[in-house]
Design a protein around this ligand. Structure first.
Ligand code: ATP
Ligand code: MG
Length: 255
C-alpha cells in the first residue's frame, strides 16, 4: 500500500513499549503526502508518543521498544542501515513550548543548517529568507535579524521554531500542540502557515484543540488509550464519526 505514490508514512502493526507497559497498540495508519493529518485524543492517549516514533525520538527515552514497522517512502525507518540523523532532518519536529535559542533570529534559523556543514554566507542568507517567509515571519523580522530570538513574543518564537525546522528542508513536519499557550492571532498565523506549507510537505499535527483539527486537517485520527480508534476525512470524523467514543470526545463529553 505504501507503494502508492501519495502515501508518505505508513505504520504497520506498530506497538510501542516503555519497559513492560504497552503504550501504543497495533497502530495502522497511512499518512498522505501534501496533507495535514490532525491527531486528537485525551491526555495520555499516546499522541506525543506516536508522533515521536515517526522520527525515532522515543529511542532517546529509557526503556522504549517498538514492534511493527514504520515505512517512510516505503522504507522502514527502524532499518539498521538507516542514518538517524538524516532521518530527523527529513522528518522535523516542532514542540509545544517554543524555545528560541539565546542567539540572533538569523542564527536561530540557520542553527541546524550550520551544524550540517553549510557555511556559505549567500546560501545561508537565502535559507533565512526562504524559511522565515514560509513561517510567515519574514516581513515582520527582516529588518531586525540580529535581534535576539529571546526578545520575540511566544507566537513569533513558535514561528521561528517552525522556520528552524523548515531551514533543514524536511519532507515531513511533525508538530506537537504547537499553539498551546498562544493567543488566537498567533494561532491563526501558525494555522495559515501550515495550510500553505502542506503544498510542499507532509504535516502531522497533534492538537489538544479539536477545533484546530477541524479547521486545518485534511484527515483526523482519534487516539484513545494507546489505540487508533478511528481515522478519516476530517469532515467525516466531525460530522459522522463511526465510533461512539469519537463522538463523545469531539462533542466534549470526555477529554
Ligand atoms: N518516556 C516515557 N516513559 C514512560 N512512560 C511514558 C513516557 N512517555 C510517555 N509515557 C506514557 O505514555 C502514555 C502516553 O503518553 P503521551 O505523552 O504520548 O500522551 P499524549 O496523548 O501526548 O498526552 P497529552 O495530551 O497529555 O500530551 C502515558 O501513559 C505516559 O505516561
Ligand atoms: Mg502530548
Amino acid at each position: 500500500m505504501s507503494l502508492e505514490k501519495n502515501i508518505k508514512i505508513d505504520t504497520r502493526h506498530l506497538n510501542l513499549y516503555f519497559f513492560e507497559e504497552k503504550i501504543l497498540k497495533d497502530i495502522n495508519l497511512e499518512i498522505t503526502s501534501n496533507q495535514i493529518l490532525g491527531i486528537i485524543g485525551p491526555a495520555g492517549s499516546g499522541k506525543t508518543t506516536f508522533l515521536r516514533s515517526l522520527n525515532r525520538m522515543n529511542e532517546l527515552e529509557p526503556g522504549s521498544r517498538i514492534e511493527g514497522q514504520i515505512l517512510l517512502d516505503g522504507i522502514d525507518i527502524y532499518n539498521s542501515e538507516l542514518d538517524v540523523i538524516s532521518l530527523r532532518k527529513r522528518v522535523g519536529i516542532v514542540f509545544a513550548l517554543p524555545v528560541a535559542l539565546p542567539m540572533s533570529i538569523y542564527e536561530n534559523v540557520v542553527y541546524g543548517v550550520r551544524l550540517s556543514g553549510i557555511k556559505d554566507k549567500a546560501r545561508l542568507d537565502e535559507i533565512v529568507e526562504k524559511s522565515l517567509s514560509a513561517a510567515f515571519l519574514w516581513d515582520e523580522l527582516k529588518d531586525r535579524l540580529n535581534l535576539s530570538g529571546l526578545r520575540l513574543s511566544g507566537g513569533q518564537q513558535q514561528r521561528l521554531c517552525l522556520a528552524r525546522v523548515l531551514a533543514m528542508e524536511p519532507d515531513v513536519i511533525l508538530l506537537d500542540e504547537p499553539c498551546s499557550g498562544l493567543d488566537p492571532i498567533s494561532t491563526s498565523w501558525i494555522e495559515d502557515a501550515l495550510i500553505e506549507l502542506k503544498k510542499n510537505y507532509t504535516i502531522v499535527l497533534v492538537t489538544n484543540n479539536t477545533m484546530q483539527a477541524a479547521r486545518v486537517a485534511d484527515k483526523t485520527a482519534f487516539f484513545l488509550m494507546g489505540e487508533l480508534l478511528e481515522v478519516g476525512l476530517t469532515k467525516q470524523i466531525f460530522t459522522a464519526p463511526v465510533k461512539q467514543e469519537t463522538n463523545d470526545y469531539i462533542t466534549g463529553r470526555f477529554g
